[in-house]
Design a protein around this ligand. Structure first.
Ligand code: 8YV
Length: 284
């Protein structure tokens, strides 16, 4: 790194190893109270920084991106998801944006299976549910079909509707976009087999809570395992009393190793940018 360290606004407290590396290589202004900063809070503190390391908790719609002082050249988010950042606005302003893909995939997959098993315990015998979970036939929908070596025998459905019709267990793994918002709504649930189970470790707003909660209450959907919620950190309080909803506080990536890897990946992207290279996870 050059002697004159770039100035970095660290908008949350990240794991200690990540904070230490950031402090070694950057001149950091840290949200030392780990407060939930709004976009305006970030703008108010960004007058003197070259880049921002943020979590997904702070939202960056167009007005926040446009409100960032001209000295801010890069925004690195400590998350794979980037629905909290208006990428078009970032591109228009020339703000480089990166995320942290890949490094949390295994941890989130573990939580997905945990939710699948936990939610399944409420149907039939737990042992039978576990056995079925482990011997599942995999069906999937994706915008494009995967190559055979990635598909590994899974059955491809070219529409979400076609997949929903056969999904005894549905696990959601897509991004939150205008197209996927409320993908699992009343019509979608109506297509699913009676007594299906839904697991969501992706983003809460892909499910329409006003459709899922009544379906859980009636037993039309036997159980749900949810790590993510629309409007986080606020959670639809009905989930707290819905007996067949097994809920977690968005801990999909919450292992020390994974969170370190996410932070290091965000710092790798920042380092690349300030060394005049292309950050590998560049989104805008
Ligand atoms: C993160 C996530 O823990 O990376 C993501 O997109 O949803 C989570 O795993 C969270 O966003 C922390 O910023």
């Amino acid at each position: 790194m050059p002697n004159n360290k770039p100035r970095l606004l660290v908008a949350r407290i990240f794991p200690q190893d990540v904070m230490d590396r950031a402090a070694r290589d950057y001149d950091c202004i840290v949200n030392s109270e780990d407060a939930n900063w709004s976009g305006d809070d970030v703008i108010a503190r960004a007058g003197d920084v070259d880049a921002i390391l943020t979590s997904a908790r702070t939202k960056y719609p167009a007005e926040v991106i446009q409100g960032l002082p001209a000295n801010v050249r890069m925004l690195a988010t400590f998350s794979v998801g980037y629905e909290h950042i208006d990428l078009d606005a970032a591109k228009a302003r020339g703000l480089v944006v990166t995320n942290t893909p890949d490094v949390l995939t295994e941890a989130v997959a573990d939580i997905t299976i945990l939710l699948l098993l936990a939610a399944s315990r409420r149907i039939g015998r737990a042992a039978a549910a576990r056995a079925r979970a482990m011997g599942m036939t995999i069906h999937y929908h994706n915008r494009s079909r995967l190559a055979p070596d990635l598909e590994q025998g899974a059955v491809y459905h070219d529409t979400p509707q076609s997949l929903l019709k056969v999904a005894q267990f549905l696990s959601i793994h897509c991004e939150s976009t205008p197209e996927t918002r409320h993908l699992i709504n009343e019509d979608g649930i109506a297509l699913m087999p009676e007594g299906a189970i839904i697991v969501n470790t992706a983003r809460g707003d892909i499910i329409d809570d006003d459709a899922l909660i009544p379906a859980l209450e009636s037993g039309r959907i036997a159980a749900a395992g949810l790590d993510v919620f629309a409007g986080e950190p606020d959670v639809d309080k009905r989930y707290f009393t819905t007996k067949n909803a097994f809920i977690l506080p968005h801990i999909g990536s919450a292992t020390v190793e994974t969170r370190n890897a996410m932070g290091f990946r965000a710092l790798d992207n920042l380092d690349a940018f300030f060394q005049g290279e292309e950050p590998v996870d560049r989104l805008a």
